[in-house]
Design a protein around this ligand. Sequence first.
Ligand code: KIV
Length: 263
Amino acid sequence: MNTKTETKRLTTRDIRLMKGERPIVSLTAYTASIARRLDPHVDVLLVGDSVGMVVYGDETTLGVTLDMMIRHGHAVVRGSAQACVIVDLPFGSYQESPAQAFRSAARVLTETGASGVKLEGGVEMEPTVRFLVERGIPVMGHVGLKPQSVHVHGGFRKLGENDSEALAILNDGIAIASAGAFAVVLECIPEALARKMTKTIGVPTIGIGASVQCDGQVLVIDDVIGLYGDSSPKFVRRYAELGEQVSSAAAEYASDVRARRFP
Ligand code: KIV
């Protein structure tokens, strides 16, 4: 008799249906080992293009390639069993046309086993999101601060603090949701705007630096566990100081080797 119980992975539909039911929990992950640790605790594992800054030490996410996202996406899917895994489409892999976006997203889904892709953009990306969803690719949107547009924004900063910016971001969220996205990330926007968007948009809003008013929250794992040093944004809450533990473990090991106490 086969007594092995199969873990059922959450689908993008499950995530969409969580709106109004319970807060959605999401963290980024880039490796199988970290995915394995996070998987029992989160609804969504996001393989973010923040991998470029966090893992590769870049100043922005712009240097991340589709092949990098596919390798990291593959690792996170292998390291997880129940979370819905979503992989970011990196800069330059989808903005040119819906057809380019489809080719990139299809590679992500077939080569990683992930359940969907995330892409940044608002009204201008509505046709692309619709094109992908109609062809079987679940899409998570990302509006507000869009790190791939950091040079247009003039830095990593809060957006939507004046009426015209707030209206544009609201319209971005509405456009992406009506194109068929199953959820939308709201990054670095004020609480009042997050509340309005969460009420207006029919799919879950997942906030990062966007207050408690969202349907769920996402954070970059290295920020949460203290591995990204002092560069973490102000809105982050640290739940562990692993950076300090790694340093002291390395220092202890070094002193043991130098004193011939190890092996
Ligand atoms: O790249 C990323 O990690 C992200 C999340 C922080 C939303 O887009």
